[in-house]
Design a protein around this ligand. Structure first.
Ligand code: TPP
Ligand code: DXP
Ligand code: MG
Length: 640
């Protein structure tokens, strides 16, 4: 018991070992203190709030009952893991969340032994937990795989691939379905309706009902043991659930905020003979904090906020967000063209399609966390003569690469890809960086790949994509706000594969793709101040390249530098390939490609990330100067 009641219990709990010394009766107080600490911390840092609030009791109960970190606990997506981080030795750093050098906003192996697996992209937890479970079983080591997965994450196919394979793990795999009837937006699809039926069909299980139902689900020896408890009553048979059909013992639904129900069930499950087991807990996203409970999005992602009022810090009024510009441009296109429709994979607000859906509910589709399905669904729509816009963050589109190749590019279907969060995204870090879309798309035959240099260009690209019926086309744009440039009254149709000269010079040419254009122009000013006349081109297209423009600049300038917000294999690679194919590099032309470094960059502010990546104006200037200092011995000083 807590020696000094005046001391908050949370102050006595640094790790789960400390937690497990508490009496069950103390867990309620601990959970309340944990919730308060999380609200206080996120009020100062911003981040993901609603999800973590909903799993405070679950976090306490899991660490209380199971032998973490020997039992491998994996939080699907990981955005709900702040209470987990506070209870696993990171309370002292919780106010560094999502800041440069601070804690990650998701679970991360390098951060703690209590984070056995990094998460952030959804629906990976069951597969990973299965891996841990089978691994420890084969090695004869103790330890289970415990996956906590949300109802939203359960809408992704990968979760079923894992469950289909789970029988191998026996009782070493435990899946806890955290059903709060929310994704980022309200959940969609048949699964959501099914879970709602499960929850509504049986009352929340109290201990008696649980002992009854749970006992019925256990293999005979344990069933008999359960029979002895004074709680046991004649069991009621629960109709076979989807999960039981997949080979899981289904336990639930139970109240995920009731520690008196959670702890005994988890203890039973811990000691159960067979498996795998799926425990269905029902929680409330935003639980315990009225501003979150009352918000439509349950405060899924928040800015810093006043914990008393819940009022979030407002970003200073500035240029419109790229997301908002995209959504308004697409809505205008859809007014003009009834075949235009839009698809999101559970990110209606993040992609701006929530506003599109208000205007065109019958032409807007939220398919759940199902990017692979989203792409092939779009391919089907396109094959049927619709003009589908698939709006998926760059990083999440990675999950559907084969669908882009196999179902869209090979068939040359006119699917439009609106790729938001292109480039470095800041606080979400490496898992969410939009680093690879130019690399993985511009390599595909038939694909057209555009990158908007500013919000006016984005309007033109939405229009160009809307009218492009001869095959797939993608346009990318970053997280955050535009440059403040005036938006066009009338969008232009851009000529496919044609870039534009933004600034005329003579000695140095900077070939920019996307929003690095601002830094390229700053660099040109600095180079001009050093007497180096600099041309700046906005190539607009990574594929097809504007070969005429690039050739002309290469034949008339001494140094050519490409700059892009993407990894190797993107614009620079294509320009170098074109130059070498045409022998343009034979005459000693100095070409340098500037791109994201070959590392996964941690979270920080985007401007700091681009500084670290070496893609800001001073680094562009430095690259040019080093290229000009290239000495006759052929040793490139740039490497020095
Ligand atoms: C592959 C992928 N697509 C989209 C997202 C964006 N995303 C983050 S959390 C979330 C909703 C998750 O819902 P749920 O699993 O129910 O968790 P909850 O927030 O309700 O706790 C989504 C769509 C993601 N992380 N990964
Ligand atoms: C956890 C998750 O994957 C999403 O909530 C993501 O963090 C949203 O990113 P944006 O904040 O860029 O919309
Ligand atoms: Mg949910």
């Amino acid at each position: 018991m807590n020696a000094n009641p005046a001391t908050p219990l949370l102050d006595t709990v640094s790790t789960p070992e400390d937690l497990r010394k508490l009496a069950p009766a103390q867990l309620r107080q601990l959970a309340d203190e944990l919730r308060a600490e999380m609200i206080s911390a996120v009020g100062q840092t911003g981040g993901h709030l609603g999800s973590g609030l909903g799993v405070v009791e679950l976090t306490v109960a899991i660490h209380y009952v199971f032998d973490t970190p020997v039992d491998r606990l994996i939080w699907d997506v990981g955005h709900q893991a702040y209470p987990h981080k506070i209870l696993t030795g990171r309370r002292d750093r919780i106010r560094t969340l999502r800041q440069g050098g601070g804690l990650s906003g998701f679970t991360k192996r390098s951060e703690s032994e209590y984070d056995p697996f990094g998460t952030a992209h959804s629906s990976t937890s069951i597969s990973a937990a299965l891996g841990f479970a089978i691994g420890s079983k084969i090695k004869g080591e103790p330890g289970r795989g415990i996956a906590v997965i949300g109802d939203g994450a359960m809408s992704a196919g990968m979760a079923y691939e894992a469950m289909n394979n789970a029988r191998e793990a026996g009782n070493r795999l435990i899946v806890i379905l955290n059903d709060n009837d929310m994704s980022i937006a309200p959940p969609v699809g048949g699964l959501s309706a099914y879970l709602a039926r499960l929850v509504s069909s049986g009352q929340f299980l109290g201990l008696r009902g649980l002992a009854r139902k749970f006992a019925r689900r256990l293999p005979r020896p344990l069933h008999l043991a359960a029979k002895k408890t004074d709680e046991f009553a004649r069991g009621m048979a629960m109709g076979g659930t989807l999960f039981e059909e997949l080979g899981f013992y289904y336990v639930g639904p139970l109240d995920g905020h009731d520690l008196d129900a959670l702890v005994p069930v988890l203890e039973n499950v811990r000691d159960a003979g067979e498996g795998p087991i799926l425990i269905h807990v029902v929680t409330q996203k935003g639980k315990g904090y009225a501003p979150a409970e009352n918000a439509a999005d349950k405060y899924h992602g928040v800015q810093k906020f006043d914990v008393i009022t819940g009022e979030q810090a407002k970003a200073p009024a500035g240029p419109p967000s790229y997301t908002g510009v995209f959504a308004r441009a697409l809505t205008a296109e859809a007014r003009r063209d009834p075949t235009i429709c839009a698809i999101t994979a559970a990110m209606p607000s993040g992609t701006g399609l929530d506003s599109f859906a208000q205007a065109f509910p019958d032409r807007s589709f939220d398919v759940g966390i199902a990017e692979q399905h989203a792409v092939t669904f779009a391919a089907g729509l396109a094959a049927q003569g619709m003009r589908p816009f698939c709006a998926i963050y760059s990083t999440f589109l990675q999950r559907a690469f084969d669908q882009v190749v196999h179902d869209v590019a090979i068939q040359n279907l006119p699917v439009r890809f609106a790729i938001d969060r292109a480039g470095l995204v800041g606080a979400d870090g490496a898992t969410h960086a939009g680093s690879f879309d130019v690399t993985y798309l511009a390599t595909l035959p038939n694909m057209v790949v555009m990158a908007a240099a500013d919000e006016a260009e984005l309007v033109h690209m939405v229009h160009t994509a809307a009218l492009h019926d001869s095959g797939p086309i993608a346009f990318r744009y970053p997280r955050g706000n535009g440059t403040g440039v005036a938006l066009p009254e009338v969008p232009q149709v851009l000529e496919i594969g044609k870039g534009r000269i933004v600034r005329e010079g003579a000695k140095v040419a900077i070939l920019s793709l996307g929003t690095r254009l601002t830094e390229a122009l700053k660099a040109a000013d600095q180079l001009e101040a050093k007497g180096l006349s600099t041309t700046v081109a906005d190539l607009r297209f990574a594929k097809p390249l504007d070969s005429d423009l690039i050739r002309r600049l290469m034949l008339s300038h001494e140094v050519v530098v490409t700059v892009e917000e993407g990894a190797i294999g993107g614009l620079g690679a294509h320009v170098l390939t074109m130059a070498s194919d045409e022998g343009l590099t034979d005459a000693g032309l100095r070409i340098r490609t500037m791109r994201l470094p070959d590392v996964f960059q941690d979270h920080d502010k985007p401007e700091a990330q681009y500084d670290e990546a070496g893609l800001n104006a001073p680094q562009i200037v430095d690259t040019v100067l080093k290229a000009l200092r290239h000495n006759s011995a052929g040793v490139n000083e740039a490497r020095a």
